[in-house]
Design a protein around this ligand. Sequence first.
Ligand SMILES: [Zn+2]
Ligand SMILES: [Zn+2]
Length: 441
Amino acid sequence: MNILSAENRQKSEDWRRKNKRPLKYGNPDRTFQQSHQHPGTMEPPPDEDRHFRDEHYPQRHFRQTFGHVMNQGGNLLTPDQLKKRNKKTHETVAKALQQTFEKLDDLRRYCFVCERSDKVNRCARCQMVYYCGQKCQKKDWARHKKVCKFLSGERIDQVTETLPVQNACHVLKPGRTWSKPAGEVATWADWLSINPSVVSEIQRNVPSMVEWYKFIGRPTTEAAVTESLQRCCTEMLTHPIVIGKGLVTFNVDPRVKPVHIHMVGAAKPELLMSEIDTTKELSAMFPNHKGMRILLVGPEVPHKLAHGNPPSNKTLSKGKIEYVYSNELYHDFVHRYVDHDRCPKADLVIALHPGLHTEVLIEPWTPTINLLLDRELPTVFTMYNVAEYDDSLEILIPFRPNYVQSGTNPFGSLLAKQTPFDLNQVFASNSYIMAIKGREK
Ligand SMILES: [Zn+2]
Ligand SMILES: [Zn+2]
């Protein structure tokens, strides 16, 4: 469940139809966008039948088409190098790049205030919102100024996500461990400081990327590209680190005992996470752990997975992370499995972007929330942006949750995107977080 939830998607759809706007390319599964196309440890094979594929995402389409000619043995060729190799290919690539970015701009090419679509100019700073003139731009500035900076970043990320460069996290070796205790790594900067291989992988890619930025007419600095590549890493690893930090918050130590993590309302992001197994980061966080079993539970979990790897009581193996699946609502699952000793109770419950801020979703969530609070299960909820967070806080008031932690999440993804239905709002995975245990006394 996410910001492109049924309700929001409908809203966006209605609005678009009314205004005859082209379809937005918002990809509900944003973890895909930066998982670049080349064979690597964190890239799922591109053409298997995946329920979360989005072929209409222009950047991804470009990478799939031109990755093999632009990237040779893990090195991104510069525009000049490509030209020297094959002039014709170079021309094709240049044209495809132009079309890709035009497509992205077309989605926004209308006055955001009055919706006119002729003679529009964009915000000079971020270039991500268009206006018909100064009057409309001035009217919008109070709202726009809050996101302009993030949108300038997204403008850069658009190119980063298009160029066929593997996510820098692909260099993380299996079996490595964090050189600091999980509790002491407090920010992404701390995380980078203990992962010099990622830092140098980013540095390795920056120079040729800068050439491409210049080539397509969006010149930028090495520092800006570096930050953009770092943002892509945060997007890749935010989910596993949020899980690990949730364990730390509730003093659950997988090095002391095997742990059971229940990811409730699991949908595309969680399924992708299990598929490309970014949770091996948890093994790096907790060296020599006693085993972790991650349950993905929710009506959106495919039957096939639920049948193939059902919840279990089996003993966990040291150092192993295992996935099990169930496609029912969590409170039903608990009554059927946990209450009949068919599965241990959760040491940590996580719901990524449950969408509690919407009237439509709070209703099906209500019995689950009551169960979580009544049984005092350590629970983490995350939200995509401040608007969702504020609304969720408000909607949860009658439940009287006891907050152990709440607010911005230092390990939220930094890859912020414009929401498809309001160009003055941005969202990023796990931006805000609530850790809850039981009810207020
Ligand atoms: Zn206007
Ligand atoms: Zn702007």
